[in-house]
Structure formats: structure tokens, C-alpha cells
Design a protein around this ligand. Sequence first.
Ligand code: PDD
Length: 285
Amino acid sequence: MSRTVYVNGEYLPEAQAKISIFDRGFLFADGIYEVSSVLDGKLLDNAAHLARMRRSLRELEMPSPATDEQIAAVQQELIARNDLHEGVVYLQITRGAADRDFAYPADAQPSLVMFTQARAIVDSPAARRGISVVSMQDIRWQRRDIKTVGLLAASMAKQAALNAGADDAWLVEDGLVTEGSSNNAYIVTADGVLVTRHLSNEILHGITRAAVLRLSREDNMTVEERAFSLDEAYAASEAFITSASTFVMPVVKIDDQVIGTGEPGPVSQRLRELYVDAARGDPPT
Ligand code: PDD
């Protein structure tokens, strides 16, 4: 079935959507993106995604092709036209088309592209059994806080993980875990403390991360935002990742080390439940 996608003011069947070969997103990865999840036909935490989008644009001095209200209206229209109940809406802004030159062009029109992806996020077999990750060196650039489409290092890491028979990669810098290939990384220590790396330019400031840390604190968990080593992760009682496209996803194996019992642990399962309940507007149980 062909999706309806959005390209610069037009709703089109996906096969008819086109962008210039001179678009700087294509030539320089000069673009930013956001992925907002959709549950029961509704966008989750979209204001926070749009706020992060604004920050990415600001950091790159990139003009915006639309207001937040206009972008949210297109997201809603795509959800409606594609009858999307569960999945994600992807949006990408690039600096637009200009003859190839490293300097930012003075007069390019920024491009705005959006599409939907249907996906079962809540009822996920991976979440029921937990995923395995392998560690590898974080070879990405130094501004991982900007959500740019320059994702080749992340893509290489994900593929290397799959080639090694694992589900995803945990990236390591100076002996400390930064994050997953497209998600934030967490451990629960033997004495029950939830640990995830502090915010800096070294990781993406996850929207799901912010929500999960808030829910953890409301649930009276002890949370430490600090870097952790692989050895600490190997010894953890639980591990998990978060992102808009996975919510809270238990990690049951890191490299050759089975984590906890090798099955999704109580903290990850509880946080996953709390997150889904909060997303659906259900009171916590
Ligand atoms: N990835 N870290 C990285 C490197 C990411 O790419 C992502 C999101 C996250 C989690 O952020 P959030 O909770 O806001 O989704 C952390 C998206 C889902 C993607 O690229 O598809």
C-alpha cells in the first residue's frame, strides 16, 4: 500500500515525492530530523520533539520552513491520511537546494519532508524477550546533541551489531558508554539505582529519556545521571534502552555477559508499563 507523504507543501503518493540532487541534505547531510511516536492515533510528547527540533535548527543556523503549529498540522494530516494508529511520524528539515559549496547558501529555501511508518511499538516480541547489544567504539562526531541526518556512523554500528548476531550496539568512548546506535542507554545497579549518562554534547537529549526519568523519580526510584563503564554494565542487575520508536526496551545481554536473569527485569518492565500508561493517559497502578 502506498503511503501519502509530505514534501514542501504537497501531499503526494510516496513514489511521486521528489527532492533535488542539489539538496544539501543529500550532499552534506545538512539537515535535521525528529521521530515522534504515535499511539492510538495520537502523537506522544510532540511539543518536546518540536522544541528539540528548534534547538537543532538554531545550533546549525538553519532557517525553518514552517512554524511549530504548521508542522504539527502536517503531522496530524499524515496520521489521518495514512490511517496511522501506532508507529512514528518522521520529519526532516534540510537547508535546501543550492549549487555545491561548503559555506551555507544565503538564499536557499529549506526543505520539509515528512512521512509515517506503521509499527507495533507496545505489543513487541523484542520487548517481551529483551534484546542483546554489543559494545563498540563510538566513532561519531562531537555534536551528538544535534539531531542531524548525518547518521552513517550510527548505521555502521547497527549493522556491525547485526553482523555479530546481536540486536543493537552500545557505543563506548574513553571506557564509558555514551548511548545506543539510536537510543539512550541505562543500567540498574545491584542495589537498585537507575543510572544513565548525563546530558552533554556527547549524547542525544532523548525525549523518551526525559519522560522515563520523570516517571522513575515519581515512582521513588533513585536516579543517577552520570557516565557508566562497560564493566559496571556487565555487573548490572538490569539494562535497557529508550527511544521514541522502542519506548523502554529491556537489554538482556551485553557482549558475552548475560544481564541479571537473562530476561527482562522488574524495573525495565515497570518503567515500560508506566510509560505506556502515561502515554495513554491511564493513571499509574
Ligand atoms: N532515534 N540517541 C540517539 C543517538 C538517537 O538517535 C535517539 C532517537 C535517541 C532517543 O531519543 P528519543 O527518545 O527522543 O527518541 C537517543 C530515533 C528514534 C531515530 O533515529 O529513529
